[in-house]
Design a protein around this ligand. Structure first.
Ligand code: NAD
Length: 260
């Protein structure tokens, strides 16, 4: 990734999946810009960015389109163009990340979809305009998009739409040599992850029943992102790549695991 430049969105702290990705990219020579949501998170993100040699750290709330445009104006002014985009952003009211999906409110449905799904489309369009020599984008999804995960609810619906967006964006931008993929990560203990009811229970269950009998680290997600954003994956676009210790292939836990 030497000489490549890109934007990483979604670092909240050193437990964030986006941080695992940023560390992997920086270790392989990429030059990074970061965004942060609000000044409180900015205080955490700035020293992290500095630790990987980045001084381009910009505020951005995807609900505010002016702040989104501000980021891409600044990138155009500073770098002229970019080579990659990492989108690791999601939000839903935690009161609706429990109980029944059927009880989702109209207000939270719209907000969850805007922040967790449509933001990727708006950001991808702006990023693609700066990828004049081709490029690559990655977003983060979860297996609750295709199979029912208790409490994941509206976020599962948003992730299904996000995964469909990946395919449509891959088709839109493919002719420009821009690839668009998603990583479907297994459960990771992060701020966003903690908002889901019974998160610890789901984490332990997947740890127990995934083929690898463990969960994944943010560094492992970072390794997959490095592959998808680098020339190692030039033939890959529109893909949903699982980094979940193999949990997605399991239909039923092994009887031996159920007996213990
Ligand atoms: P995190 O809390 O560290 O990151 C979530 C990020 O979203 C934060 O940086 C937050 O500032 C940002 N964000 C939320 N609303 C925003 C807004 N309006 N504008 C700008 N940024 C906003 O948690 P994470 O688990 O690292 O989440 C990153 C991505 O990974 C999310 O898309 C999440 O759904 C996905 N994911 C997480 C897990 C998991 O188990 N933690 C599993 C699979 C996928």
């Amino acid at each position: 990734m030497l000489g490549r430049r890109g934007l990483v969105m979604g670092v909240a702290n050193n437990h964030s999946i986006a941080w695992g990705i940023a560390k992997g990219l920086a270790a392989h020579g990429a030059q990074l810009a970061f965004t942060y949501q609000g000044e409180a998170l900015g205080k955490r993100v700035k020293p992290l960015a500095e630790s990987v040699g980045s001084s381009l750290v910009l505020p951005c709330d995807v609900e505010d389109l002016r702040s989104v445009d501000g980021v891409f104006d600044k990138l155009a002014e500073t770098w002229g163009g970019i080579d990659f985009l990492v989108h690791a952003i999601a939000f839903s009211d935690k009161n609706e990340l429990k109980g029944r999906y059927a009880d989702t409110t109209r207000e939270n449905f719209s907000r969850t979809m805007l922040i967790s799904c449509f933001s990727f489309t708006e950001l991808a369009k702006r990023a693609a305009a700066l990828m004049t020599h081709g490029g690559a984008m990655v977003t983060l999804t979860y297996g609750g998009s295709t199979r029912v995960m208790p409490n994941y609810n509206v976020m599962g619906v948003a992730k299904a739409a996000l995964e469909a967006s990946v395919r449509y964006l891959a088709a839109d931008f493919g002719p420009q040599g821009i690839r668009v993929n998603a990583i479907s990560a297994g459960p990771v203990r992060t701020l966003a992850g903690a908002g889901i009811a019974d998160a610890r229970l789901m984490f332990n269950y997947q740890q127990r029943h995934a083929p690898l009998r463990r969960t994944v680290s943010i560094e492992e997600v970072g390794g997959a992102a490095l592959y998808l954003l680098s020339d190692l994956s030039t033939g890959v676009t529109g893909d949903i790549h699982f980094v979940d210790s193999g949990y997605n292939i399991i239909s039923m836990p092994h009887p031996a695991a159920l007996k213990t």
